[in-house]
Design a protein around this ligand. Sequence first.
Ligand SMILES: [Zn+2]
Ligand SMILES: [Zn+2]
Ligand SMILES: [Zn+2]
Length: 89
Amino acid sequence: MSEGICSHIQAITTVKHARRRECDECVKTGARWVHLRTCQECGATLCCDDSPNRHASAHARTSGHPVIASAEPGERWLYCYPDDAFAEY
Ligand SMILES: [Zn+2]
Ligand SMILES: [Zn+2]
Ligand SMILES: [Zn+2]
């Protein structure tokens, strides 16, 4: 991990990956998503802010879980909502 990242991201030692390549919330309603993000607190995989339902940021707001990882193949980065901090791993 590089310098200049927040304590939430620094606290992550093992990155959680998506259990399934789908948004946990969108599948319930048959909604579509653009990209997937995995919550690093509880492991929920949810859709990004380019998706109509923005489940990942809604989850961060309501649950207080700050950090997500991209669940897209080939992407290796973490993002912290409250600090707007970004880190590759
Ligand atoms: Zn943070
Ligand atoms: Zn979704
Ligand atoms: Zn969570």
